[in-house]
Design a protein around this ligand. Structure first.
Ligand code: URA
Length: 192
């Protein structure tokens, strides 16, 4: 199994798909490497590509506000990664071939973190990690169990910026997430 350092170096040097040609930075991930809760987005946007950190643009600010509602902080008690680690041009959805090329890096992050809960941010992550018949409008906030790991999807914060009418449902999903984290993840809310 790779160490964190080996994995990060492999990602920084990765040329498995064409996205490496247009990236400014590889967006590896951020947070607590011993987290019990892993959040997974879709792929870096412009600001993430420039700064090398996930969710630092407008959607990222909203994600931080969502985390704050349930007393989580990106740097201390969770980890955040993406399905693809390099920015798709013009923020298009990552192609299946790009996701296939990148997913092993995320799997290696799972193996190192060993999360108890994985929160998919948006339909692309949910489709990839929960299943191909996942429908975000129907299935957000539901729990899925895979090999002893609990999965849930939330609306992507960018979708909540486009359609604020979905925020009340997301508030309910966040409170449900908090309930299950408190029940199953003893270290997440423990004082540092
Ligand atoms: N959207 C994502 O899915 N991931 C990011 O890192 C930023 C925006």
């Amino acid at each position: 199994m790779l160490t964190w350092e080996e994995l990060e170096n492999a990602c920084l040097a990765c040329t498995r798909c064409a996205l490496y040609e247009t990236r400014t930075n590889v967006v590896f991930g951020v947070g607590n490497k011993d987290a019990e809760v892993l959040f997974v987005g879709e792929g870096p946007g412009e600001q993430e590509d420039l700064q090398g950190e996930p969710f630092v643009g407008r959607a990222g600010k909203l994600l931080d506000d969502m985390l704050k509602i349930i007393e989580l902080d990106r740097k201390t008690n969770i980890y955040i990664a993406n399905i693809v680690k390099c920015r798709p041009p013009k923020n298009r959805d990552p192609l299946n071939t790009e996701q296939d090329a990148c997913i092993d890096h995320l799997r290696a992050q799972f193996r190192l973190i060993k999360p108890k809960i994985i929160v998919c941010l948006g339909r692309i992550a949910a489709y990839r990690l929960i299943g191909e018949d996942f429908k975000i409008t129907r299935d957000h906030g539901k729990w899925y169990d895979k090999d002893g790991v609990k999965f849930m999807a939330l609306y992507h914060p960018a979708a909540l910026l486009r359609d604020p009418g979905r925020r009340p449902e997301t508030f309910v999903d966040l409170k449900e997430l908090e309930r299950v984290i408190r029940e199953t993840c003893p270290n997440t809310y423990a004082a540092p």
